[in-house]
Ligand binder design. Structure first.
Ligand SMILES: Cc1ncc(COP(=O)(O)O)c(C=O)c1O
Length: 476
C-alpha cells in the first residue's frame, strides 16, 4: 500500500501538500514507484493518509505539472518516468519539466482542478444563451460619445479610477430603475462582473471559508470563490429560488442571482429575500447579489434589488453592461457596502482592475443624455417579442419533448427535457446541426437534478429563432 511508504508530519513547517508532493516525488525518483504504476485515486489516498482530498489532488497536480505523473480528470494518475533507483534519468526529466513548466500557485491549481465551464466555448450561433443583440446597439450614438470623450481627454482631471460622472449617473440609474441604495462613492467601475467576483473573493475569502452558491448556478462565481480556497457548496432551488436551510451554520458568503436566477430565470420571493437578509445580520455573512440582466423585465414592473432592502450594509451588488449594451464593451460594476469601500478601492488599484477613463466618460455621457434608457426601452420590446416567439415555437413544435419555462425577464430561457436526462447528448447533436444551446446539467455543482436546454432568445431575430426551431425539430 502506497500510504505505508508515506510519512507525513502534521504541524511541520512544510505544509501537507508540500510534504506529500516531495515524498511521492522521491518514491518515483528512487524507482520505488516505477514507470506505469497506477496510483490510488485521490479519494482513496486521502482516506488512507487521513488528509483532505484537496491535499492529495494538489500534490498530484503538481507532480503532473513537473512531468512525473499523467493525471487527467476522473482517472487515476500513472507514473510516467522511470526512476530506476539511480535518479539520472528522472533527474533530467525533472529538471527539463521544471524549466518548461512553472510551479503553479494554489490559486491556479484550484482553478485548473475545478474545471468549471467559465466561458462557454461554442460558436456564436442561434440560440446561444447569455447575450443581447449587438446588432441593435446604437453604434453611431456611441461613436459620438466616444469621440467627445477622446477630444476632452486632455482637459480631464487625472486620477479617479472610478470616474465620478459615471458613478453619479449609475447611482441615479440604479436607484430609480433597480431600487439600489448607494452613493456614487460606493461604486467601483470594473472590466466585467466576473472581475467584481474575483475582487470580492480576493478581499474576503480565506482558505477554508464556507461559501454557498445556487445549484444549478453561474459557474464563474463558484470558480472565483473556489480558486480563493473557499469550500463552495451548491444550494438547491425551489419555486422561490435558492433555498434557505434553517439551522444552517452562517457561511462567510452567499452568492445569488435573485432577480432572474441563472440559469432557471426564477425570481426569489420576498419572504426568501428577507430570510437571507435576516441571516446575514449577525455580521458573519456577506451576500453577493449578481443582477447580471436586471434591466430586462417583460411582464410586470421589475422586483427591486435585494440590496435596496439591506439596512445593515451586508450586501454587495454586482452588475454588468455586457448584456444591456454589448459584451465587447467589457464594463461591469460593483456596489460595495459603506464600511468596506476604502479596502476595496485599495484592492482594485493593486490588482489593476481599472476600466479605461475614455470609455467610462463616454458611458457617463451616454447615460446622462438618455441614450442608455432609450436603448433599453427599445430592446426590451424586441426581446419581449423574441421571448414569446421562442416559447410559443417550443410549445408548438417541440412540446412533446420539451417544457419551456417562460421567465418574466432576462435574455434566455430553460426548456426541460420531458423524458430522460440526456441533455448533454442533445446539446451535442444540436451543435452539430447548427443550433447552439447549453445543457442545464452542465451548470450543476452537485449531482445534476435538472436536465434541459438553456436557450438564448435576446440575441436572435425571430426569423433566426424560427430557423433554429426547425433544426431542433429534426434533431429530436
Ligand atoms: C449570472 C452571470 N453573472 C455574471 C456574468 C459575467 O458578466 P461579465 O461578462 O460582465 O463578466 C454572466 C455572464 O454570462 C452571468 O451569466
Amino acid at each position: 500500500m502506497i500510504s505505508a511508504l508515506i510519512d507525513l508530519k502534521r504541524g511541520d513547517h512544510e505544509g501537507l501538500v508540500v510534504q506529500l508532493t516531495s515524498r511521492l516525488r522521491s518514491l518515483i525518483a528512487t524507482g520505488r514507484l516505477g514507470k506505469g504504476r497506477v496510483l490510488p485515486s485521490s479519494r482513496r489516498l486521502a482516506n488512507d493518509l487521513g488528509v483532505s482530498r484537496n491535499t492529495v489532488t494538489y500534490a498530484f497536480e503538481q507532480l503532473a505539472a513537473e512531468g512525473y505523473l499523467a493525471a487527467s480528470h476522473g482517472r487515476r494518475p500513472v507514473v510516467t518516468v522511470d526512476g530506476g533507483g539511480h535518479g539520472d534519468g528522472v533527474e533530467a526529466a525533472r529538471s527539463a519539466a521544471r524549466s518548461a513548466r512553472p510551479t503553479l500557485s494554489p490559486w491556479a491549481m484550484r482553478l485548473k482542478q475545478a474545471d468549471w465551464p467559465l466561458s462557454y466555448q461554442a460558436p456564436f450561433k442561434p440560440l446561444r444563451p447569455g447575450h443581447g443583440d449587438a446588432r441593435e446597439f446604437p453604434n453611431d450614438v456611441w461613436a459620438r460619445c466616444l469621440r467627445r470623450s477622446a477630444v476632452h481627454a486632455a482637459r480631464r482631471e487625472v486620477g479617479p479610477v472610478n470616474r465620478p460622472r459615471l458613478c453619479e449617473a449609475l447611482a441615479h440609474y440604479l436607484a430609480t430603475s433597480r431600487g439600489v441604495r448607494a452613493s456614487a462613492g460606493q461604486i467601483l467601475i470594473l472590466p466585467s462582473a466576473q472581475a467584481a467576483l474575483t475582487l470580492i473573493a480576493a478581499v474576503l475569502i480565506a482558505p477554508g471559508d464556507e461559501v454557498r452558491v445556487e445549484d444549478p448556478g453561474y459557474p464563474g462565481a463558484a470558480a472565483a470563490f473556489h480558486a480563493s480556497g473557499a469550500c463552495v457548496t451548491g444550494m438547491r432551488l425551489d419555486e422561490q429560488g435558492m433555498q434557505w436551510t434553517s439551522g444552517m451554520t452562517a457561511p462567510k458568503l452567499i452568492f445569488m442571482t435573485p432577480s432572474h436566477q441563472h440559469p432557471t430565470g426564477r425570481l426569489m420571493s420576498l419572504a426568501r429575500r428577507t430570510e437571507f437578509l435576516r441571516a446575514s445580520r449577525p455580521g458573519k455573512t456577506w451576500i453577493v447579489e449578481d443582477d447580471y440582466d436586471g434591466e430586462f423585465h417583460y411582464d410586470s414592473r421589475p422586483v427591486p434589488a435585494l440590496q435596496g432592502l439591506d439596512t445593515h450594509g451586508r450586501v454587495f451588488y454586482v452588475g454588468t453592461f455586457s448584456k444591456a449594451m454589448t459584451s465587447d464593451l467589457r464594463l461591469g460594476y460593483l456596489v460595495v457596502p459603506p464600511a468596506l469601500v476604502g479596502t476595496f478601492e485599495i484592492a482594485q488599484r493593486h490588482v489593476g482592475l481599472i476600466a479605461s477613463s475614455h470609455i467610462q466618460e463616454a458611458l457617463a455621457e451616454f447615460i446622462a443624455d438618455g441614450h442608455f434608457l432609450a436603448h433599453l426601452r427599445r430592446v426590451r420590446r424586441l426581446y419581449h417579442a423574441r421571448r414569446d416567439h421562442l416559447a410559443e415555437g417550443l410549445e408548438r413544435h417541440l412540446g412533446e419533448v420539451l417544457t419551456a419555462e417562460v421567465p418574466s425577464g432576462g435574455i434566455q430561457l430553460v426548456a426541460r427535457l420531458k423524458r430522460g436526462r440526456a441533455d448533454r447528448a442533445a446539446v451535442k447533436r444540436l451543435v452539430e446541426a447548427g443550433v447552439v444551446t447549453r445543457a442545464l446539467s452542465s451548470l450543476a455543482l452537485n449531482k445534476p437534478r435538472d436536465h434541459g436546454l438553456l436557450l438564448g432568445f435576446a440575441a436572435w431575430r425571430e426569423s433566426e429563432i424560427s430557423a433554429a426551431l426547425r433544426t431542433m425539430t429534426s434533431c429530436f
